[in-house]
Design a protein. Structure first.
Ligand SMILES: NC(=O)c1ccc[n+]([C@@H]2O[C@H](COP(=O)([O-])OP(=O)(O)OC[C@H]3O[C@@H](n4cnc5c(N)ncnc54)[C@H](OP(=O)(O)O)[C@@H]3O)[C@@H](O)[C@H]2O)c1
Length: 185
């Protein structure tokens, strides 16, 4: 049974790659939910701590397999994650609840960094989390430069999320969401 800190990053091979590298440097064993093997291997090759990055290869729309993979990972680690960073597309509304159900046995406080797209800000969905979960919500906004709008870069997104982890902010917008009618097309 490992005593290392345990992080689960859903969608970690994309814009959250730098967050995975950061967590690995911070001493976490980082388990990354993704589908593409080559993309994961490329990410691992860019890490200074490749031995701290672990693949959980599953399509998160497939709830049964997702549940099984999370159960197996918890069994290997002998505990539930200390932190989960979640970037899940809206097409898989049951993925996060499936994962949360599996980690709900944890009694010690842990953090969920829930990353959501711009449009979720206006919906303000109510995410049900276990009692000991310290819920942190991050909305991805856009950048307005001299009246020109653009979406956030991966670097800006990852840096913003690392800042949230450091500062333990409850609700954060990376970039801006206002004025909404000026958002990029
Ligand atoms: N401002 C905003 O509101 C906003 C919102 C959304 C996106 N964006 C921008 O749009 C860009 C694209 O976003 P993105 O999410 O496509 O890119 P991404 O973060 O580069 O990739 C998505 C991540 O989720 C994983 N993933 C996707 N579908 C999955 C599935 N069904 N099962 C398991 N893992 C899955 C991917 O792994 P695999 O490739 O291995 O499947 C990858 O790790 C981002 O770069 C971001 O800048 C902006």
């Amino acid at each position: 049974m490992s005593k290392d800190l345990f992080a689960l990053v859903i969608g970690g091979t994309g814009m959250l790659e730098k967050v995975c590298h950061f967590l690995a440097i911070e001493g976490y064993d980082v388990y990354v939910v993704h589908r593409d093997k080559t993309r994961f291997q490329a990410m691992q090759s860019r890490s200074t701590h490749p031995d701290k990055l672990f693949s959980i290869r599953v399509d998160y729309h497939d709830e049964k397999t997702l549940q099984k993979k999370i159960q197996e990972t918890i069994q290997i680690k002998g505990c539930c994650p200390d932190i989960i960073v979640s970037w899940i597309h809206n097409s898989a509304p049951n993925a996060l609840p499936t994962i949360l159900k599996e980690v709900s046995v944890r009694k010690k406080p842990w953090k969920l960094i829930h990353v959501q797209g711009s449009s979720s800000f206006f919906v303000k969905e109510n995410t049900t989390v276990p009692e000991v979960c310290e819920y942190r919500r991050v909305y991805l906004g856009f950048v307005l430069e001299n009246e020109n709008a653009r979406w956030l870069t991966h670097e800006e997104i990852a840096n913003g999320i690392i800042k949230v982890i450091h500062g333990d902010y409850k609700e954060t917008v990376i970039g801006t969401l206002k004025p909404w009618n000026k958002r990029p097309s």
